[in-house]
Design a protein around this ligand. Sequence first.
Ligand code: SAH
Length: 347
Amino acid sequence: MTALCEYDLDELTDIVIALGEKKYRAGQIMRHVTAFDGFGEYSDVPKAFVRILEQNYIDRAVTETTRVVSSDGAVKYLFVTHDGKLIESVFLPHDYGNSVCVSCQVGCAMGCLFCASGHYGLERNLSAGEILAQVLYIARDQKDNGGVKKVVMMGSGSPLANYENTVKFIRLITSPNGLNIGMRNISVSTCGIPDKIDALARDGFCGTLSLSLHAATDEKRKTIMRIANSYTVKQNIDALKRFFGKTGRRVVIEYILIGGFNDTDDDATKLKDLLKGVCCHVNLIPLNKTEYCDLVPCSKKRAYAFCDRLNKLGVSATVRRSMGSDVAGACGQLKNRTNEKRIDKIT
Ligand code: SAH
């Protein structure tokens, strides 16, 4: 059975009519879906029709199993899907509007050396409704704390490797009939799949696109990111330029600072040369430790020195404030299981 949050208002309208009810019921159902209501809370819908819905559809696509609250206020939620898969999402409270970091796949196929999410490979894509349900649940849960204003697709999985569901999720969450989150408040992060970056621009995405670059040369990038064997840095940078040309949206370059690997002044200069002519902001992320590899973060001092160097070279850059690391909820720390395994080298 399919969850009702997989559908937009038009699709719900078709469903309602096919089940022999009046069209306007679709709007009622949409409101309940958006509020993450269970069938028991469909108080304005006739009981007999709720029973029919119950026999054909699921009211909620995910269920919370546990949560961990960080000392910095971030909340990591562990959800279970209807087929028993575990997925994580993180609520990030901010004065300027709370955000939610969602997962879009169970696991990840990319196998980046530094990231826990990919170390067991990809189990399956999440559907648009399963991605949406993470936000709907958290928005309801955190209603008294200001709800959710921003969504970042930076949890487990690679959004552009689950393209159709990512695009449908964005359409559903930005719909005025749904949570109505502004597209500008949505960030999609990618390890770099140039033709999908083009597709996103073509399909009307005008939120923030972030590229996980992490190294300025193909040679270096290949040692930490498997995807670098498929697409070059140049192919990705060219795609970012086209994305900006089409959308007018400044892109974000994500750059993990790894001690002794990519954090020297020379690395900063190479990065500046690479980004010439790209309308972008560089987000420097001091590496968060995972138990899976021996890479080390650079010192705080070095991170700020690297940032200063970029700024002096005329590149807009800041050091990302990390949240949730004490509950393994920070960038690269999400995983969907708990057993141990180490990978020391990209193969
Ligand atoms: N799957 C998406 C989002 C990943 S998480 C992607 O590939 O872009 C958001 C950012 O954190 C990405 O740039 C990712 O590369 C980075 N990241 C992954 N592991 C990390 C770690 N251990 N420490 C710091 N940042 C990490």
